[in-house]
Structures are given as structure tokens and as C-alpha cells.
Write a protein that binds this ligand. Sequence first.
Ligand SMILES: C[S@@+](CC[C@H](N)C(=O)[O-])C[C@H]1O[C@@H](n2cnc3c(N)ncnc32)[C@H](O)[C@@H]1O
Length: 280
Amino acid sequence: MKKVSDILSFFLKELNGYYPEKEIKSLFYISIDHLLGYSKSDTIIKSENELLPDFKIEFSEIVERLQKKEPIQYILMETTFYGLPFFTRRGVLIPRPETEELVDWIIKDNENLEKRYLDIGTGSACIIISLTKNLNGSFYAIDVSPDALREAKQNVKRNNVDVNLEQFDILDSDLDGLWDVIVSNPPYVLESERKYMQQNVLAWEPKIALFVRDETPLLFYERIADQSTKVLNKNGILYFEINEKYGKETVDMLAQKGFVNIELKKDINDKDRMVKAMWK
Ligand SMILES: C[S@@+](CC[C@H](N)C(=O)[O-])C[C@H]1O[C@@H](n2cnc3c(N)ncnc32)[C@H](O)[C@@H]1O
């Protein structure tokens, strides 16, 4: 690797067989943007620029870690979510594009209103920070994981927002306060779905953020719905991200508990992914 143009060939050669070619190119563009601040067109315009030795080492390290299927977001320790920058470290779930769709739904529903928001299982705090940046009101978030709370705190600081964070086990403690909007993207992958998951998720991302037992797929949803009946204001709204397999069950469960105006929404891949419900 002597010039900028050599980096792509290096990625393609060293990662051949580990990822499809299209993905290797995308990993290359993410890496060169992160390390050199180059856009796609910069990589063409500056293709003959000489590569400094430090960068050669850094690109080689990235490739080595990619060969171990480590997610690029953990390697670079950051990602973008809803147009905002987030730190991403091992031990905390990497924010997903589906969750951006949930955030978008909440923002469109609540524009220009002053509300109290609570995010349950906040992880990197990607949901609550995006809401804080785009809506008015007060913003709270809880998570059981100390790693998640540490990262959430750093992300709150990085995005210069005001979010109250608290360590809290939603399965073990009762919520208090009064809320207009409660949102949660809780663990929803079944243990039996492990075998269909990619190695870069399974080996690297925290189990506590992902899995529930097959016997209790709606464990978090039922608990959060029960708690919400006690702490949601009249006309308060509950938003969930869900496992695509459980759209109907989630809707039925919410109806049974007395929620109204229940809506199930698909994601961009046409999978049942989000539910909202109102508390009367
Ligand atoms: C699917 S991740 C969602 C993270 C983040 N909200 C997002 O959308 O990227 C689920 C989160 O729930 C948290 N969690 C798991 N069990 C919990 C519990 N009993 N009480 C509170 N949070 C919990 C995990 O630590 C994890 O951060």
C-alpha cells in the first residue's frame, strides 16, 4: 500500500471470501471516510496521493479485525444514527436502521408538542437522543446494563443534549412518574433464532441486548405494557420495536390490556417491525 488507490485493492484482496464484494467496498468507504475524511469522490480525485506509514498500519489493523468478523462500528468505535454521531463499543448494541424508522414515526407523531418521554432499554441512547434533538419536552432513559449507561452518558455529552439516565431493571422494579410517551426496543430475538444470525452479530454483540427465551417471546412487551398502564397519562402513547414474527401477538396483548388505537407498522423491508398503542 503506497497510494490511496492501493487501499481498495488491499481491502478486496484481503477480505475476499470473508464478505461479498459489494460489502467490502462499503467497508472500505466507511474506513477511508473515518481515517482520512475522504468521501467517495475524494478517493478518486486523491487516488494518487501518497499514504503515510501510520495510515498503512491503521488500514491493515482494520482489515485484520474485519477478517475476524468484528463489526466495523466496534472497530471504528462510532456510527451514525438518524444523522447524529454515536460512540459504539463492545458490550452495547450497535444502533440499527430499523430503529431509525421507529424514531421517525415518533418524531412525526409528536412534532411541536411538549411531552415527557421515557426510553426503556436505552443502550447507546440512540432513540432518546434523536428524540431530544427533534422534539420538545423532557427526556428520560433507563437500562439495566452499566456498560450501556456508560456509553449512553458519553453519547448524551457528545450530542450536547439533556437526557436523564438511570440504571433500572424493568423486569424487577416498578416504574414511577407520569409519562406522555414510552418507547422501547427491548431484547426480542429468540434463543432458537441464534442459528440464523450472522457471526458478526452473534460473536460480538451483547447477549443481554438481544435474546429472550423461546417460551416467553413477549416477556419485555408484557411487562412494559403492564407498567405503562400505571404510568402513562391519559392519551399517552406506547411505541415498541418488535420481532417481525410477533406483530399480531403484540397487538392482541396490548388490546387485551386495554390499549386503544393500536397500529402495527412494517419496516422498509416489509417486515412487521413497530407497534404503537394509546392508553385511554
Ligand atoms: C435491543 S437493545 C436496544 C438498545 C437501543 N435502545 C437501540 O435501540 O439500539 C435492548 C436494551 O435493553 C437492555 N435491557 C435488557 N434487559 C433489561 C432489563 N431487564 N431492564 C432494562 N433494560 C434492559 C439492554 O441492556 C439493551 O441495551
